[in-house]
Design a protein around this ligand. Sequence first.
Ligand code: URP
Ligand code: ZN
Ligand code: ZN
Length: 472
Amino acid sequence: MKKVIKNGTIVTATDIYDADVLIENGVISLIGENLSTQGAEVVDAKGCYIFPGGIDPHTHLEMPFGGTVTKDDFETGTIAAAFGGTTTVIDFCITEKGEPLKNAIETWHAKSKNKAVIDYGFHLMIGEVNEAVLNELPTVIEDEGITSFKVFMAYKNVFQADDETLFRTLIAAKDLGALVMVHAENGDVVDYLTKKALEQGNTDPIYHALTRPPEIEGEATGRAATFTGLANSQLYVVHVSCADAVRKIAEARDNGIDVWGETCPQYLVLDQTYLERPNFEGAKYVWSPPLREKWNQDVLWNALKTGQLQTIGSDQCSFDFKGQKDLGKDDFSKIPNGGPIIEDRISILFSEGVKKGRITLNQFVDITSTRSAKLFGLYPKKGTIAVGVDADIVIFDPTVDRTISAETHHMAVDYNAFEGMKVTGEPVTVLSRGEFVIRDKKFVGKIGVGQYLKRAKYGERKQTEEDNTLKI
Ligand code: URP
Ligand code: ZN
Ligand code: ZN
């Protein structure tokens, strides 16, 4: 059935205007004033913004990690994402050295198929580069539409790749049209500092932060950027946490190197002192890179405002406090790294960013949706409000106040890292390809209707199938 959204204010990365939106066959078919409602269901957006659905470029759903598996899978994770105003996630497909890439991709299809309630794509981890891997990459890009590769510079003896692997991945990506993503921390130095701390009997969560100082994130970021310049390739640095890394990204961009940076809500609003919380509570705040000294938050906000950083990912990687985080009760290095954020990513950015005057409304849309669509080959099908694009739409009430809590969230874990935080602004209704997923703050979607997204190559834009006239 046709739908017309009435009385709302449309916000894109560039415009803000009042208009009605007509939705037919899953796409936006018309935008204008006083659109006819004949034969259409009317959706009232009075007092609300109409945003393009959020794109979360960084999730780990049902991922084996740290001796356990992340708690939210493609069902609970995408439901929670939708409650938070996200209509597309791009998840990291983890590979095993010596195993064909296609096996890992099949595994990720099996995890996600018939489970996701919103659309999704995959990034592919590259842990080694050899003839077999190089032979598979063209198929990964052309057939699977996976056009971003992830290289971990940390997690020694688990995911960490060496410099040659990173450099060769950058060269291959340049040739094939993919974007290389890095987890930028010097894993060898972390490994040394971790062993030293444990030898000295320092086992508490705070030592997770103290053994991963900002300098080693800055060093790895700079190294990856240098390799990118040498390879004349393209790089996206995930979960930037500190000034040291921002500086390296800004410097590389000033030198004309094609480097992009993502930060995450936790680095914008939480700080290192959270890891000192008593009764092992600090484990709830163990991320890699770790939370930093508070002053770094201003640097990150400023970098989003000035465009030195361009996106926000949730780095959704959820573990229960009881039964998962406590694997590291006597040894901080055994605490599974990561947290549940997929649901609150957009609210936090709106409340702390737009409401507090740190970023504009247009920047908010760019950072939470449009820029990721462009970087990851989904634009304009996803990431904007325009005629011919997917009707992935968030009707957002900018006035409502709410307190974040595990008691009300929809993620499958037993705590919320932002427990008690007051935010202003909340998604009320969320549509994916024109169908309600969230309606008046209730889940009304269908399990398994989320579609796998084959993405365009880096720098190329995806035309909508429905409207070939849209040449953005
Ligand atoms: O602590 C984190 N960030 N966990 C998720 C895995 C990763 O490094 O992105
Ligand atoms: Zn990472
Ligand atoms: Zn991550």
